[in-house]
Write a protein that binds this ligand. Structure first.
Ligand code: ADP
Ligand code: ADP
Length: 228
């Protein structure tokens, strides 16, 4: 079985008459980076939010690491999934320092271990010298690194990233892609990211293409580039 294994997901927003996701099977392997690529409105964010537990599909199944999170009887809510998420707008707490933002996710851990881990993840994202700063004192790219560090800190096993490249300087995208890949690979986490830009799939191990709520293609980046 795949590390992340979902079957026949259907999703429709309240007040809507249209399915945003139709019969979506989505799988990801442990330790890999999987890209969900599709045009705006194709359902990428919705799928990510279902994996996180922020939306409930009307139908379908989801298991991660053999643990059933969604089926006909079971729904494990977001706070019991322990999945790391990096939102498109980063969603840092503006009134908390970088350090406190990262400690926030480790409130069940001993203070000493949490502090040690905070330094470790800040080092991983090359943001150690910014530990006492506040989010408004950081650039967009720096805020994103802190958001990534916060998500990685509790070693969640799965990390979800919503459009990690869309708010960043276009001139830096190649560099940022490679940095993100290095950070994710070093962390050992299973990572899923969403993008509307096919250029971003180059850092992925596997790619899932969504179109109007349906999976139309899956494969390696090479498969996708050969059969666009
Ligand atoms: P993507 O991330 O690929 O841009 P989304 O998952 O955000 O796509 O949206 C898929 C579709 O669902 C779009 O048609 C969007 O307008 C619609 N949608 C998204 N959020 C809501 C919502 N809260 N209520 C109703 N429709 C929504
Ligand atoms: P994304 O494509 O990254 O999901 P959007 O700009 O489509 O971003 O959506 C931003 C927010 O607006 C999301 O919280 C989404 O759920 C909500 N939203 C999007 N489309 C609709 C819609 N048709 N009706 C209500 N809410 C929507």
């Amino acid at each position: 079985m795949n590390y992340i294994d979902s079957k026949s997901l259907y999703f429709r927003y309240r007040n809507s008459t249209e399915d945003v996701l139709k019969n979506v099977d989505f799988n990801a392997n442990k330790g890999e980076i999987t890209a969900i690529i599709g045009e705006s409105g194709s359902g990428k964010s919705t799928l990510l939010r279902i994996l996180a537990g922020l939306e409930v599909p009307q139908k379908g199944e989801l298991a991660i690491n053999d643990r059933v999170l969604i089926d006909e009887e079971i729904f494990i809510p977001v706070e019991k999934r322990g999945i790391g998420m990096v939102f498109q707008d980063y969603a840092l707490f503006p009134h908390l320092s970088v350090e406190k933002n990262i400690l926030f996710g480790m409130n069940k851990m001993k203070k000493e271990s949490a502090s040690k881990r905070t330094c470790e993840v800040l080092d991983l994202v090359s943001m150690k010298e910014f530990i006492k700063r506040y989010p408004h004192e950081l650039s967009g790219g720096q805020q994103q690194r802190v958001a990534l560090a916060r998500a990685l800190a509790p070693k969640p096993g799965v990390i979800l990233l919503d459009e990690p490249f869309s708010n960043l300087d276009a001139n830096l995208q190649g560099k940022i892609r490679n940095e993100l890949k290095t950070i994710l690979k070093t962390s050992g986490e299973t990572a899923i990211f969403v993008s509307h830009d096919k250029d971003d799939l180059e850092i992925a191990d596997r790619v899932v293409i969504l179109n109007k709520g349906e999976v139309i293609q899956t494969g390696t980046p090479a498969d996708i580039f050969e059969n666009p």
